[in-house]
Design a protein around this ligand. Structure first.
Ligand code: C2O
Ligand code: CU
Ligand code: CU
Length: 506
């Protein structure tokens, strides 16, 4: 009896153990499959059979008082990214992306923004120093059918800025559908410094986005374990899939903008040639920095200059990331992915170019020596200092005319970056060491590896507006949408923040 019972128990036990083993193997096998199919590479498989589109320079009119007026219409449309497949899109003044706005330092600009979309959106001038009410963040929504007309005086160095929607909680889907454009600023230095500067000829906007097409649609779902947000498997440059560009100059300037919502790029050329980084988010570096890679997280820009030889073809490539990620996060954040992005085709005869300038501009960001205050920001998904974004809560009140030091720590295992509206800051240190040369120019967005700490010096030149906040946030846009964002206001000395007010477009 007891031996019969004993053998039955043993049988049941063995059966259970077998089930568990099979289950564990299935889960393990499933994980191995998910892990090993999670990386993407298009290296060697891109035909480069479409000419790179260059966004047109936006038309503008100058009013009697000198104000330069642009018009931006947000609209839905459609585009054939691949011949024969019509994809629904959103764009500014067209079906996808928008024109390049361009203005000079000291100019007053006004933009007539019309929202022809079926939902509320906004237009934010990323990298621009301007009054908070003109910033285009979540406090300046533009309702469907409404018009919003911000204006400001450009008062910052020549730079490659950009514009994109910033509706609260919906920014990822608006940007991913095509709402983004470049905003180039010029100044006296940029005209004389000796860098290539003929737009669309030797000075090219390079707006890099990843996309995934499914049944002709731009697909936006996040795959399993992609805590960074949406990752695509194809690359669009200026909205062109598989692009090439013929160039006729020895020196070509590329204004690289990572307008992807979550993907980071480690840019380099397929032959590992060296090139020069001449500018960062908010302007030119003091001097060109020779590199063979430059890495950009979402929202960041780099201006680079590459030297071409007659008749050659060279591919701009996205290499696996060097982003301080553990292997699981590296794999599921797109870190092991690689892409052939753009082919440059040099003419048989090239217009000769001089050497790059050895000195470009004087540093204009604060060095932190006059900081009046230090603040800490611990960032993790999807919180800053333990709190999620609240439109009614002001997280920091800064005094107009002062410099502060902000210490930002990524206390997560995940990659994040940190973007601050209104200012261009200086990176003082990364984990206690001086920043690499390519981070020494003006920045508004900086990558922060897991466990890393960056110290930033920021000067708040105003104007003060105690009732209208600016944002700071992670620019992995889904993280921002999930609440990884905070608000600061600029006040006059001795002033206090007021309850945030809403100014919509009507
Ligand atoms: Cu590029 Cu708050 O944004
Ligand atoms: Cu911004
Ligand atoms: Cu983030």
């Amino acid at each position: 009896m007891s031996s019969v019972l004993g053998s039955r128990v043993r049988r049941i036990f063995l059966g259970l153990a077998a089930c568990l083993l099979v289950g564990a193997l299935a889960i393990g096998g499933g994980f191995v499959w998910v892990y090993s199919s999670a990386d993407v590479s298009t290296v060697g498989t891109v035909d480069f059979d479409r000419e790179l589109a260059v966004p047109p320079l936006a038309q503008s009119r100058v009013e009697a008082d000198g104000t330069r007026v642009f018009e931006l219409d947000m609209r839905s449309g459609q585009r054939e990214f691949e011949p024969g497949t019509v994809t629904p899109t959103w764009g500014f003044n067209g079906d996808y992306l928008g024109p390049t706005l361009r203005a000079g330092r000291g100019e007053r600009v006004r933009v007539v923004v019309r929202n022809g979309l079926p939902e509320t959106s906004s237009v934010h001038w990323h990298g621009m120093h301007l009054p908070a009410a003109m910033d285009g963040g979540p406090h300046q929504p533009v309702e469907a059918g409404a018009t919003w007309t911000p204006q400001w005086v450009v008062d910052q160095p020549a730079a490659t800025l950009w514009y994109h929607p910033h509706p609260h909680g919906e920014t990822e889907s608006h940007v991913r559908r095509g709402l983004a454009g470049m905003f180039i600023l010029d100044d006296a230095d940029s005209a004389t410094v000796g860098l290539p500067r003929t737009y669309g000829v030797d000075d090219l906007p390079i707006i890099v986005q990843d996309a995934r097409f499914r049944n002709g649609q731009l697909y936006g779902a996040h795959a399993i374990f992609r805590d960074v947000g949406f990752l695509g498997d194809r690359i669009l440059v200026n909205g062109t899939l598989s692009p090439y560009r013929e160039v006729g100059d020895e020196l070509i300037r590329l204004r690289l903008l990572n307008a992807s919502t979550a993907r980071m790029y480690n840019f380099g050329f397929a032959d590992d040639r060296r090139f020069a980084v001449v500018g960062t988010d908010g302007g030119l570096l003091e001097r060109p920095v020779p590199v063979d890679r430059v890495q950009l997280s979402p929202g960041e820009r780099a201006e680079v200059v590459v030297r071409m030889s007659p008749g050659e073809r060279v591919t701009l490539r996205g290499y696996p990331l060097e982003a301080g990620l553990a292997s699981f996060d590296q794999r599921f954040s797109g870190g092991d992915d690689s892409f052939d992005i753009l082919q440059l085709r040099a003419a048989e005869t090239l217009r000769p170019a001089t050497e790059l300038p050895s000195e470009q501009v004087r540093a204009q960001t604060p060095d932190g020596s006059d900081s009046v205050r230090e603040r800490g920001f611990d960032i993790q998904f999807a919180r800053i200092n333990g709190q999620q974004m609240d439109m009614g809560r002001v997280d920091a009140t800064v005094t107009r005319g002062t410099t502060e030091t902000w210490v930002v720590r990524n206390i997560d295992g995940m990659p994040h970056n940190f973007h601050v509206h209104d200012v261009q800051f200086r990176v003082l240190s990364v984990d206690g060491s001086p920043p690499p040369a390519v981070l020494r120019g003006p920045k508004d967005t900086v990558y922060i590896a897991p466990g890393s700490t960056v110290r930033l010096a920021l000067r708040f030149d105003g104007p003060a507006d105690p009732g209208t906040p600016y944002m700071f946030h992670c620019h992995l846009i889904w993280h921002e949408d999930q609440g990884m964002m905070g608000q600061f206001v600029v006040v006059e000395p001795g002033g206090a923040a007021a309850a945030p007010s809403h100014h919509g477009g009507h």
